[in-house]
Design a protein around this ligand. Sequence first.
Ligand code: ZN
Length: 144
Amino acid sequence: MPLMVKKIEEGTVMDHISAGMGIKVLQIISAKYPIEKSAALIINVPSKKLGKKDIVKLEGVFVDEKTANRISLIAPNATMNIIRRGKVVDKHKVVLPKVLSDLLKCPNPRCITRFEHVHTTFFVEGGKLRCKHCERTFLPEEFE
Ligand SMILES: [Zn+2]
């Protein structure tokens, strides 16, 4: 019997997060949205598909697609459920786009985007990300 958490009335449930990544997903979301109502992080929930998974539930927060894109980097199997009046009104997998614009800081300390006010652009290639400006390639976990 999995640990039960009260149902969300209005908000977002991120499900099927790779085990261990729930805390990072919560960090990404809380960097963008102030969490003022209840939120739950449930870790190591048994999952048929993933073996184990993490779940994040947020009351009063509606995660946008850009944030979901960012989450897809660390939790590619995550599903996003938008809850209104206690019911799931939208459910879909997070998507990793081919290009990520203005979403990530380049991990290269010498990259021009760290010194000048230029928009960052990364190209997603085979699970790695290439910076348009310094041309360096990074793994998803190298980003803050
Ligand atoms: Zn760069």
